[in-house]
Ligand binder design. Sequence first.
Ligand code: CAA
Length: 258
Amino acid sequence: MTAALVKTEIRGRVGLATLDRPKALNALSNEVIGELAKALREFDADEAVGAIVLTGSEKAFAAGADIAAMQPWSYADVYSQDYLGHDWESLRRIRKPIIAAVSGYALGGGCELAMLCDFIIAAENARFGQPEINLGIIPGFGGTQRLVRAIGKAKAMDMILTGRMITAAEAELAGLVSRVVPVDRLLDDALETAALIASKSLPSVMMAKECINRAFETPLDEGLLFERRNFHALFATEDQKEGMAAFLGKRSPEFKNR
Ligand code: CAA
């Protein structure tokens, strides 16, 4: 049996997935992405999990798609397998929140994978980049789309056309990451944040994620209506009654739907 390329565990109500292909700096082969998609789908379906953390090693979150695997492929090879479709695409359909805890390199598909998560907490040593241009290709899993939305056209063009890496500090300034923490605090910080999210009412967490993601795909009018209808829907939950009663009673809420 081959060793797992993605390690999983559940800590409290947090599902933790760790990319574990150290010899190739967590290069994202089809096998790695297949295991990751399976792991995240299982967390998504598991009632014991309220939020997910995805991380790598201290040296590399992930150094990109697997260049050794890709190098000999022809157009017919990548087209017929719909490379970067299937399992990669299925990651987008995870409904529970996913925090990317990024230390070291997040390059190419690694940066794209981090951006696919709901937000990124970066260690001080994190380096983000889309170096595909140096390989004679372009980003293939959302880099040209999500990076622009995250940091704007000027910086996205700069990074994608030059292939240069940015530091955690620059990434925070640009809005790519939500916060930067010392390397030795990264996992604890991400797990604590995920645990905090997992302590909320799950339907409201999932609807908030869905509404925020909808903001990128709809005109404002439709996005506002989508938000308002979801807001209305939460009044059908016991947790809305409990959350508001707890506030008025000056106590902590005890949510049932977690
Ligand atoms: N694919 C396959 N193997 C990789 C890899 C990748 N993306 N990145 C690193 N490795 C391998 C190296 O080949 C090396 O293997 P060997 O020990 O067998 O030689 C091992 O990991 C360690 O890497 P380095 O010796 O290069 O380590 P370093 O510390 O000197 O440099 C690095 C680190 C700057 C991250 C460098 O490895 C690097 O530039 N990696 C490639 C980054 C890249 O171009 N990513 C984009 C890939 S294309 C893509 O992702 C397309 C897409 O949009 C989906």
